[in-house]
Write a protein that binds this ligand. Sequence first.
Ligand code: UD1
Ligand code: CA
Length: 437
Amino acid sequence: MSRPLAVICLAAGLGKRTKVSLPKVLLPLCGRTLAASSLHAVAPLQPSRVVVVVHHQKEKVQQALQAEVGNLFPQLQFVDQGAPKGTGHAVQVAMAALGEFRGDVVVTYGDCPLITTATLQALIEVRGNSPCSVLTAYPDDPTGLGRILRDAEGRFTGIREHKDCSEQELAIDEINAGFYCFDSEALRPALTGLKPNNAQGELYLTDAVASFVGAGRASDLPTLEAAEASEITGVNSLADLAIARQWMQERILLEHLGNGVLIVDPASTWIEHGVQIGADSRILPCTVIGTGCVVGRHCEVGPFAHLRAGTVLEDGAEIGNFVEAKKTRMGAGAKAKHLTYLGDAVVGPKANIGAGTITANYDGVHKHETRIGARAFIGSGSVLVAPSQVGDDAMTGAGAIVTRGTTIGAAEVWVGVPAKKLKQREPVPPKPAKDKP
Ligand code: UD1
Ligand code: CA
């Protein structure tokens, strides 16, 4: 039977090394903030408590995370650490907020977005009845990280911070990832004994871990090696962020590829978290798809296309070269193949949006909708000033400027600047369906 779980997420650090004004834990990574990324990893573990330790720009961090992941965690709590005095101090403050909580306590970080659910689950399981389990890794470059100390039998004996290491200890390639699962009842007394007797004058959480071994205590602590060294990547700079983004992007693309989405060139394809794409759809190079987009089956997107939040492509819709779509619904089989902006548009099934079409959705103050009917044919270079409406089977001529508030009736043909009705459109015989590879 699994024990109740509390998650402590440390996010009080200053993040000076990024040199940007945004708090580090709110930097974006594939459509989520760094902190939300790490919190998403713990959500499937169904923690009964989640405490985020904040301090620098705490209002901003709290507000952003509440909006981003509040719905995942009804129990989301924020505590102000005050001036950060080390990871041990941060966990002291979080434990005070957890009050009488009994069970597993997992420590994670707001700047470690790549940690996975599976690894944290394994870390919880490997603890068994020990006071603590420790996540370790063998990164290519251990500089700056705490080293895992072991005795002659290979048993865990402690963690030494890089700055406190001897020359010999610096040669150890097994590092402390910083993630632990504690027994709450063992953690509390261990935290009270912490002293800042180290190179940084901080209260080290690692000292609490070390206090469980040796001197009449357990002879060993269970450790777990992270499945991938990349999982424990911490983001300290914008260069780290760029590298973490690549790892995360790869994960997202692999998932879509596994679902039967033909991503022709993963290296140039950006797909954020929270995008649905149906099987048999093709994503061509240099395409960017933002969080919240939905792409049906047998669709084609790109090359050089940008789908932004709220865009939905129904089955067989196509968005081609240099087309941007924002909060736009493309009906089944509708096409916009070249050089187009569609914003706040609803496009009916099988409509064809000619090259260079623009929905002028913004009047400088408000955004308005453009509705284009089924099988409508929008001539090249048309500008549809919103709000406006084009009926089913209707047509605009090349370069038509459809002024705001216009309603073009079914099967009407409008041309000119400003566009005026020219005639009724002849019925168009349906084209035979093309077979696509
Ligand atoms: C810590 C570990 C180190 C490990 C490394 C892995 C300690 C003492 N050392 O070192 O063994 O190899 O993580 O990345 O725990 N934070 C707070 N409040 C604080 C201090 C830190 O919220 O008072 C947050 C920071 O924002 C940061 C994280 O905790 O996100 C890590 O803190 P930091 O002091 O940078 O620890 P490291 O030196 O990375
Ligand atoms: Ca530190």
